[in-house]
Design a protein around this ligand. Structure first.
Ligand code: NDP
Ligand code: 8X3
Length: 257
């Protein structure tokens, strides 16, 4: 098994949900963390908790993953002690709206494509060359069951996650011959702030998404990320689809009502 102790792990979208759970699990396992998201107050609070619980060293990089110039400059100019990123967890992302495509909000589309696809690419393009140079590294992309098939109203979000799937596959091919590993984790329904963001802050509507079923928790996904990165160095976990027992695919869930 590969240990993550003292490895430098950069997590985008660390201020909430799956990213924050990954931060906790990696901190507990002794990793050093580069925590990235827009809400710096959340990052500060998380870093303080992890310092107290596990004596974790964290570097906070508050930024908008859609901002190409900032992502490129911040990730290229990390302080010397933090430069050698061992594990990149491309997790920052969101959905906006559940409208039919022909009635969709174009600003919502731009936000999803810019964060879920372009942001992931900016981070990857900036950090992976160093991994190749150093001859070590692992990229974990958080895709979605939505990338395997669309659902009504999911259209552009599903397309953005289909892109994450293709990018992960392409990156694995392009890194063949190097020791750098690539994993895509594709969760089904996970109860986080995801649906609150999707419905622009409507918490009551967000709750209905997880009503009368047992969704995954962010820790369930962090477990899979941790499993993937701790396999022996010759093993690449390429793709993992993780769903609740109450979910069969992107369109079928079982609600106990
Ligand atoms: P949350 O809303 O709880 O977390 C989303 C994270 O992404 C936050 O930390 C947020 O930080 C960050 N983020 C969003 N937009 C930006 C941006 N422009 N710049 C920087 N950071 C950004 O949702 P989840 O934890 O559920 O989502 C994490 C990932 O998991 C996403 O890629 C999502 O698509 C994916 N996913 C989620 C599923 C679910 O059912 N919840 C299922 C399948 C995949 P901040 O707002 O502070 O910038
Ligand atoms: C999030 C899962 O099914 O809500 O990617 O799109 S779903």
């Amino acid at each position: 098994m590969v240990s993550v102790k003292d490895q430098i792990v950069l997590i985008t979208g660390a201020s909430s949900g799956i990213g924050a759970s990954c931060a906790r699990q990696f901190a507990e396992a002794g990793a050093k963390l580069v925590l990235v998201a827009r809400r710096d107050d959340r990052l500060e609070e998380l870093a303080a908790q992890l310092k107290q619980a596990f004596n974790t060293e964290s570097l906070l990089v508050p930024l908008d993953i859609r901002d190409r110039a900032t992502v490129t400059s911040e990730f290229s100019n990390l302080p010397m002690a933090w430069k050698s990123i061992d594990i990149l967890i491309n997790n920052a992302g969101l959905s906006r709206g559940l409208n039919k495509l022909h009635q969709g909000n174009i600003d919502d589309w731009e936000e999803m494509i810019d964060a879920n696809v372009k942001g992931l690419l900016y981070a990857t393009r900036t950090l992976v060359p160093g991994m190749v140079e150093r001859g070590r590294g692992h990229v974990v992309n958080i895709g979605s069951i939505a990338g395997r098939g669309a659902y009504p109203g999911g259209n552009v979000y599903c397309a953005s996650k289909a892109a994450v799937r293709a990018i992960s596959d392409g990156l694995k091919q392009d890194l063949l011959g190097t020791p750098v590993r690539v994993t895509e984790v594709e969760p089904g329904l996970v109860e986080t702030e995801f649906s609150i963001v999707r419905f622009h802050g409507d918490r009551d509507r967000a709750k209905t998404v997880y009503e009368d079923l047992t969704p995954l928790t962010p820790d369930d996904i962090a477990d899979v990320v941790m499993f993937s990165v701790t396999r022996p160095a010759h093993v690449n976990i390429s793709e993992v689809l993780v769903v609740p027992v109450d979910q069969a695919n992107a369109t079928q869930v079982h609600r106990r009502r």
